[in-house]
Write a protein that binds this ligand. Structure first.
Ligand SMILES: Nc1ncnc2c1ncn2[C@@H]1O[C@H](COP(=O)(O)OP(=O)(O)OP(=O)(O)O)[C@@H](O)[C@H]1O
Length: 251
């Protein structure tokens, strides 16, 4: 087994309309690391994540997941390793009931009967959505959909969890619950977020994208203390690192 679980080398992506969303992106992520990918709107974060399990193919460059180079032949193996939670839960939920959506992946892995039921219920319990099991996904609220979308991925027990803006649209209680859940996930975590307090809380390492390129890659706290970098990349310090506007002390 290689010592890194994700290796991205000179990745470039040009969309069919000519937009060059990723220019020359390289990094490696090790087993068990928790890594945030941050950047302003349009920096290329979602485009990058969508390459990590083959939803988008590189225009040029290479991606390796564990021991496998990502290509058509290795796609099934890689999709078992990388669990992807999309930015829009409607892209993830397409079955008539929540049960069917969460069962979809494990069913394809060969689970059935009581084992399948247990797997589905356990995944829904982990995201606090057990009570939604019989519902139609299109009847759920935005926050409920997001939690169920996370459950569809947890039910597959992936080695790498990839989440695109996971706290988007969650109320404060659900946000805290999701952060606690992500902390429990002991495998590799990679996610994008504009929720910089969550990034600070969950990720020891942060990669900053700017205009489709890696502008910085290092310890999260160091990144958030680099005022010039934050300004250049149109980012702000997490609230928890900002001084109190009244007395000047740090929260
Ligand atoms: N399907 C597409 N066709 C053409 N251009 C696209 C497509 N999807 C994204 N883009 C462009 O690629 C660039 C990167 O977009 P991407 O969604 O990866 O950014 P992002 O960092 O995730 O942004 P946000 O924070 O707003 O979600 C943007 O300029 C965007 O307009």
């Amino acid at each position: 087994m290689s010592h890194h679980i994700v290796a991205v080398k000179n990745l470039r992506h040009v969309y069919p309309d000519g937009t060059e969303a990723l220019r020359d992106v390289s990094f490696r992520i090790h087993h068990g690391e928790s890594v945030a990918i941050i950047g302003a709107n349009g920096a290329g974060k979602s485009t990058l994540l969508l390459h990590l399990n083959g939803y988008l193919a590189p225009t040029s460059g290479e991606i390796q997941i564990g021991d496998f180079p990502l290509n058509k032949g290795t796609l099934p193996q890689i999709r078992r390793t990388v669990g992807m939670v999309f930015q829009d839960p409607d892209d993830q939920l397409f079955m008539p009931t929540v049960y069917d959506d969460v069962a979809f992946g494990p069913l394809n892995l060969g689970l059935s009967g009581g084992d399948l039921d247990r797997c589905v219920i356990e995944a829904l319990e982990r995201v606090g959505a057990r009570h939604l099991v019989e519902k139609a996904p299109y009847h759920l609220s935005g926050g409920e959909k997001r939690r169920v979308a996370v459950a569809t991925v947890l039910s597959m027990s992936p080695d790498i969890l990839v989440l695109d803006e996971p706290t988007n649209g969650l109320d404060p209680y659900s946000r805290r619950q999701l952060i606690a859940l992500l902390k429990e996930f002991r495998h590799t975590r990679i996610f994008t977020s504009h929720d910089l307090d969550m990034v600070l809380d969950l990720c020891e390492r942060t990669i900053v994208l700017k205009d489709g390129e890696v502008r910085a890659d290092g310890p999260t706290l160091e990144i958030f203390q680099d005022r010039e970098l934050l300004e250049e990349c149109r980012l702000e310090k997490p609230l928890s690192l900002q001084g109190c506007p009244v007395c000047g002390t740090r929260r």
